[in-house]
Ligand binder design. Sequence first.
Ligand code: NI
Length: 138
Amino acid sequence: MARKVYLTRRETFAAAHRLFKPELSDEENFKMFGKCSNPNWHGHNYTLEVTVAGEVNPDNGFVIDIKKLKEIMHEFVISKVDHKNLNIDTEFMKGIIPTSENITLAVWNQLETKIPGGKLYSVKLYETENNYFEYKGE
Ligand code: NI
């Protein structure tokens, strides 16, 4: 049986957002989304963990070159969200309410085809120290 190794790269980014539905009043948005609906935006320090899984390539001893994984995360995610406003600046979040659930799914979509060999295993996003959101492609 082939043995699988799981490898995780962690990156952090800071981003602003507002959770709201444009068709609702500020008061209704506050009822639905709480403080995260503040009309003048607010920020979070996010931590993103991307896990890749696969057999170790006997040629180089890698599942994936971690440098390559880091580059992919930077090019397709971090550079598009770090010090940005997720509602306005980030193309891959356009038209999506930027909850951590939705950011997690959108990051998966960004990475799925970029990580070679179908090896993307999970995307984990920490919005605070106390909660994280995870998607495993199901
Ligand atoms: Ni928030």
